[in-house]
Design a protein around this ligand. Structure first.
Ligand SMILES: *Cc1c(COP(=O)(O)O)cnc(C)c1O
Length: 368
């Protein structure tokens, strides 16, 4: 049952054996054992993890994380609404792309992939363009590992009375935050990121008064966030269409393990320890992180690829895989990078072993 290698790829990631074992049972999708005992408990726990403030609710949605982002954009925004989105990576760009597919007017702020958005620019855009109704921002841009200043952006958006949509896909569960305090109206994440479940569904934690206004707005039947939520509310956890039962049960186990670890604060500490050790170890080996340290998240780190002419990502990747580690190719468009994630069932001793494995895999140095 043990994995051959550790996934240092933030989603899907390495899960515990106990999370994987939780999938070894079949469930009936309309039975109380599944709905009341599993789905409803998950929904309550997710809301409590996201905020201490009243008035929030949660809804689970089949598909990968993007399906939940698309469901949110397509259900929260009505005809004539306009979106302001920050694009400093692939996931911000994806939100803009979703708006385009759905024929939703969109203003994109593009600070580039290695910079945070200029808050003054955001403020100016909101002041000038009164057609904007919603502001969307990615918390941790998994493209680079950049952490965006969501608190400041949500605060500016709220001063202008806008609805705030947060893609916290790769950070929720791994970085403490209170979405109610920040004024976030819709927060999106998925099963296979920091909660450390397996892929198959995403979830949205929403201000209930905002979600209730989404009735009849969706541009897609299966991605109708309001109807999905309404069905779960009225039928005590029932999904509208076939739910990913095994994934959901594994997620339930993952949430218990998050509690056992000491909650989000403790998990954040572990990830941060992993990330600090990773950067220190990599620097010793001569690697340079793409981002300034002040912009790093504890989730994933991008490193510049070696410039040696013998270096090839594929060879480096295979050598590491043979030693039990799977890393991520780069996703930045204007720099040659690779990425190493440190979320999932990954611990400081794994990072230590990884650094040793990387040292042994630097074949371009050996041949030099
Ligand atoms: C993983 C991720 C998503 C969703 O990606 P899927 O491949 O659809 O699961 C969205 N936004 C961010 C920031 C992510 O890290």
């Amino acid at each position: 049952m043990r994995n051959e290698y550790l996934l240092l790829t933030p989603g899907p990631l390495s899960t515990t054996e106990t999370v994987r074992s939780a999938m070894l049972k079949d469930w009936c999708t309309w039975d109380d054992d599944y709905n009341k005992e599993v789905v409803e408990v998950i929904r309550r726990k997710l809301t409590a993890l996201a905020t201490q403030q009243p008035g929030y609710t949660s809804v689970l949605m089949q598909g990968s994380g993007t399906a939940s982002v698309e469901a949110t954009i397509g259900s929260a925004m009505k005809t004539g609404d306009k979106l302001l989105v920050v694009d400093n990576g692939a996931y911000g760009a994806r939100i803009a792309q979703i708006a385009e597919y759905l024929n939703i007017d969109c203003h994109v702020v593009s600070p580039g992939e290695t910079a945070q958005p200029d808050l003054k620019e955001m403020e100016q855009v909101l002041t000038k363009d009164s057609a904007i109704t919603h502001v969307a921002i990615v918390h941790c841009e998994t493209t680079t590992g950049m952490l965006n200043p969501i608190q400041s952006i949500a605060s500016i958006a709220k001063q202008h009375d806008k609805v705030v949509i947060l893609d916290a896909m790769s950070s929720f569960g791994g970085i403490p935050m209170d979405i109610g305090e920040m004024g976030v109206d819709f927060m999106i994440s998925s099963a296979n990121k920091c909660i450390q479940g397996v892929p198959g569904f995403g979830f949205v934690i929403a201000k209930q008064s905002e979600l209730e206004q989404c009735k009849g707005r969706a541009r897609s039947l299966s991605l109708d966030l309001y109807e999905q939520w309404h069905c779960m509310e009225v039928n005590h956890g029932k999904w509208r269409f076939t739910s990913p039962t095994h994934t959901v049960r594994a997620f339930y186990q993952a949430l218990e393990e998050l509690e056992q670890e000491g909650g989000i604060a403790a998990r954040h500490d572990r990830y941060a320890t992993n990330q600090t050790a990773l950067v220190a170890g990599m620097k010793k080996l001569g690697f340079t992180p793409l981002l300034d340290e002040s912009l790093h998240s504890p989730i994933i780190t991008s490193f510049y690829s070696p410039t040696h002419s013998d270096y090839q990502f594929k060879t480096f990747y295979m050598r590491l895989k043979e030693q039990g580690f799977v890393i991520y190719p780069g996703k930045v468009s204007n720099a040659d990078c690779f990425r190493i994630g440190n979320i999932g069932d990954v611990h400081p001793d794994d990072i230590e072993r990884l650094i040793n494995a990387i040292e042994k895999s630097m074949y371009w140095e050996l041949s030099a």
